[in-house]
Design a protein around this ligand. Structure first.
Ligand code: SME
Length: 163
C-alpha cells in the first residue's frame, strides 16, 4: 500500500502541492504508462472535490483515444480540434471552460458535466495526450486548478513514455 498525506484543506495551493508529492511517489519507480495514468486518475478522483470525471485521452494516429479514467463511461475517440479535449490537443493550451454548454462543439459524455478543465500533456515538445477533468458545477475550475494540473502533468508526462 502506498503511504501519502493529502491535507484536508480548502487551500487549493496546498492541495495541489500534496497531490504533486503523492503523484511523484506513486509513479517515480513505475515504468508502465497505463499503471501511472490509472493511479493518477484515481488520485484526482479521490481528492479533488466536486468532480464527476477525471482521466486521460492519448494521441494515437492523430486522434485522441480514451485512456485510464474514473467516472462514467466516456466517448472513446475524439478528433483533434473537436470538443474541449480536441481544442486542448490542437492548440497545446489548457482549456478552462466555466460552462460547457457555452463551448462550441463540446462533447457531452456525461450529461451532468457543467464545467471542464483539459490540460495538454507535452513530452519533449511532443503531444502525448490530455488530462481531462469534469465537474457537475459551473465554473468549478480556476487558474489555481489549471496551474496545479499543469504541474501534475509536467511531472507525469515523462513517466508515460518509459518502458
Ligand atoms: N467533454 C469532452 C469529452 C470527453 S468527456 O468529458 C470525458 C470534450 O468536449 O472534449
Amino acid at each position: 500500500m502506498h503511504e501519502f498525506a493529502i491535507a484536508d484543506t480548502d487551500d487549493k495551493a496546498v492541495l495541489y502541492a500534496d497531490l504533486l508529492s503523492a503523484l511523484d511517489g506513486l509513479t517515480a519507480g513505475e515504468p508502465d504508462p497505463v499503471a501511472n495514468m490509472a493511479n493518477a486518475a484515481a488520485l484526482l478522483w479521490e481528492y479533488l472535490p466536486d468532480i464527476n470525471w477525471a482521466g486521460f485521452y492519448r494521441l494515437i494516429d492523430g486522434e485522441l483515444v480514451l485512456g485510464p479514467f474514473q467516472g462514467k463511461v466516456a466517448c472513446i475517440r475524439i478528433a483533434s480540434g473537436e470538443g474541449v479535449c480536441g481544442a486542448a490537443a490542437a492548440t497545446r493550451e489548457t482549456q478552462l471552460v466555466d460552462d460547457v454548454d457555452a463551448f462550441p462543439g463540446h462533447i457531452p459524455c456525461d450529461g451532468a458535466s457543467a464545467s471542464e478543465l483539459v490540460v495538454p500533456i507535452m513530452v519533449n515538445g511532443v503531444l502525448f495526450g490530455v488530462l481531462d477533468i469534469d465537474s457537475p458545477s459551473k465554473a468549478r475550475f480556476d487558474q489555481i486548478d489549471a496551474r496545479g494540473c499543469e504541474k501534475l502533468v509536467a511531472l507525469l508526462g515523462p513517466r508515460l513514455m518509459r518502458r
